[in-house]
Ligand binder design. Structure first.
Ligand SMILES: [Zn+2]
Length: 130
């Protein structure tokens, strides 16, 4: 353990981009196995090699900048996925509606019957069953 710690001293180690590369590796690897198309094998190998390179790299500043770029690209998708998962989790307790006036998403408690909804953003009112 001490030797490994000494070996990793000054190296980048793991970050979000490393985990993303390792996750991306699997679909490429499986696609290569089931379709026999060699480009998938090459892409899987490229992901793995780049992940290992980043893990062992001593140029921390450059790796950190790459990780930041990745996070900026990833953030909109992560936000969308988070909202989607929240809707699934709250399926029994809440309903989501789009305001016809301003397209704002409104979250309301479920099971209240037919109600009149007033948008807090643009004051448009509309009827919906929750
Ligand atoms: Zn509105």
């Amino acid at each position: 353990m001490q030797q490994f710690r000494k070996f990793m001293e000054g190296r980048n180690g793991s970050d979000q981009l490393l985990f993303a590369l390792l996750i991306i590796y699997w679909p490429f690897s499986l696609a290569a196995r089931f379709t026999g198309i060699r480009i998938f094998d090459s892409l899987a190998l490229a992901c793995l090699v780049f992940a290992i390179f980043r893990f062992l790299s001593k140029n921390k500043e450059r790796r950190r900048a790459e990780n930041q770029q990745f996070l900026q690209l990833w953030q909109p998708f992560a936000r969308w996925a988070g909202q989607y998962l929240r809707r699934i989790r709250e399926f029994k307790t809440h309903r989501y509606f789009k305001c016809p006036g301003c397209n704002q998403t409104l979250r309301l408690p479920a099971g209240k019957g037919k109600i009149t909804i007033r948008c807090p953003k643009c004051d448009t009112t509309f009827d919906k069953r929750t």
